[in-house]
Design a protein around this ligand. Structure first.
Ligand code: PMP
Length: 307
């Protein structure tokens, strides 16, 4: 994915030119993966640009820091404000935002009490898994790499180091010619995609893997569950063995970056009709309806940039 760098970035409390938002090569995070981050999208809505579930994302950022006992020098409100400021300063409407907090420079060794640096960047981003995938779907494969076992690396934290696993899964999939990889948990049961949660459709009901299956408790996953239940689509969270990927009527991935991406084949086997099925399309309609005004924003998920 090519990336056009915007001009301004928020770094440790101030807006700076992109080129000045640098860190030292001896920062703890570079050596030990000790960062926590978020991925958030903003959309142009009929009432102006809005950041989707901004507060929920930045609360999860705090939760990730808490899991790693990383002091956070800013509050959720302050990071929310930084997100709004970065969008405004760069004149961005529809964009992807990346708050990141990491153990910085000062002291060394695994348990060093390093200061926490915080930054927020934002840039324009289209469909994460490629042009046209939201309609056509992607070809996925089950990875030869499993997710981390319980009580090793906490899957519930969105920490930089976790994405070493995601990189193995995603890079293997791309190398083999697939759009994305799906990982199994250490139990051998389904976990999630390299950077997305999974939904399978059976007889009109949505089935998704539970948080005990080494996955990130996704905010898009939570959104889909709430929207589905409102319109009477049953949602089941349960352990799912791998072979059900080959038996479901429909399959899709979801996440802030991936939004709702249909999966048209897994391991070379066509899923359903080989493109987005009716339940997937309905969920896309409800989800994207939040941003074009067709779905009521019942829960105050749209946090306007100019609030
Ligand atoms: N799982 C992983 C590993 C992810 O990186 C992401 C994207 N942040 C998700 C699931 C989806 O989470 P969310 O919907 O909160 O973006």
């Amino acid at each position: 994915m090519t990336m056009v760098y915007p001009e301004w970035i928020w770094h440790n409390g101030a807006i700076k030119p992109w080129a000045d938002a640098t860190t030292h090569v001896m920062s703890h995070a570079i050596h030990y993966g000790s960062s926590v981050f978020e991925g958030i999208r903003s959309y142009d809505t009929p009432k102006g640009p809005a950041i989707f579930r901004l507060t929920d994302h930045n609360r999860r950022l705090m939760a990730s820091a808490r899991i790693y006992d990383m002091p956070m020098p800013y509050s959720v409100d302050q990071i929310n404000a930084a997100c709004r400021e970065v969008l405004k300063k760069n004149d961005l409407g529809k964009a992807y935002l990346r708050p990141v907090a990491f153990r910085g420079l000062g002291g060394f060794g695994l348990s060093a009490d390093t200061p926490t640096d915080v930054a927020v960047a934002a840039w324009k981003m289209g469909a994460y898994l490629g042009d046209g995938v939201l309609e056509e779907g992607i070809d996925a494969c089950v990875s030869s790499w499993q997710r981390f076992a319980p009580n090793t690396i906490p899957a519930g934290a969105k920490a930089g180091g976790n994405y070493l696993s995601g990189q193995l899964v995603a890079r293997e999939a791309r190398r083999l010619g697939f759009g994305e990889g799906i990982a199994l948990a250490s139990t051998g049961l389904l976990s999630e995609g390299a950077g997305e949660n999974l939904f399978l459709v059976f007889d009109g009901a949505l089935h998704t893997t539970p948080i005990s299956a080494a996955l990130l408790n996704g905010i898009t996953r939570n959104t889909i569950m709430a929207l589905a239940r409102e319109v009477g689509i049953p949602v089941v969270e349960r352990d799912i063995p791998r072979e059900y990927l080959y038996l479901c009527d429909e399959l899709f991935m979801c996440g802030t970056a991936a939004e709702i991406t249909p999966i048209r084949s897994v391991d070379g086997r066509q899923v359903g009709i080989g493109r987005a099925g009716p339940v997937t399309r309905r969920m896309q309609e409800l989800f994207f309806g939040l941003f074009n005004g067709k779905t009521e924003d019942k829960y105050g998920w749209l946090e306007y940039v100019d609030a």
